[in-house]
Design a protein around this ligand. Sequence first.
Ligand code: IMP
Ligand code: MG
Length: 185
Amino acid sequence: MQPWQDFIKEVLIPEDQLQRRIAELGEQINNDYAGKELLIICILRGGVMFMVDLIKHIKVPLATEFMAVSSYGAGARQSTGEVRITLDLNTTIAGKHVLIVEDIIDSGNTLASVIELLETRNPKDLFVCTLLDKHERREVEVPIRYTGFKIENHFVFGYGLDMDDFYRNLPFIGTVDIEKYDPSL
Ligand code: IMP
Ligand code: MG
């Protein structure tokens, strides 16, 4: 595995800025869901870091669930229109206030499929909270209620986001200098 110092272009969002914004999102969620109970669905694996930090700021009663999806042709840095559920929920969402927590929305294909599936299970309501939004790249519209940061179209890693499954543990978000990145190392 190549050290990230070798291919990072810049630290796009440093740790303190991430944490400040996540606290703000938590406050917003507290206001919007006051008096209600929440079911947070984290999309594995990228959403984990974000979910863990976010829920520390949420004061309304909440339960957590996990779901894993993969695009057909996984391994590519671009998702296709088709998404496969590789881990489904362990609970019913019927009648619940559901909030999906995701790391990044790029083409929107992944989340659009997840939303379409979950809507068939009749939640009371269903909203999306994403840490990052690469809005320029959207192919399908997905309704987003909470966005951490809108970012330009560059490949990012760290804080849950991976490059070939590594670097998810970094506490900041960096951009990749793709010419310097060598997945075979
Ligand atoms: P979408 O279906 O194109 O919206 O892709 C969303 C998924 O692609 C995210 O959940 C990420 O797993 C992955 N992804 C998209 N852009 C990036 C990136 O810049 N870095 C790491 N993963 C990304
Ligand atoms: Mg993901």
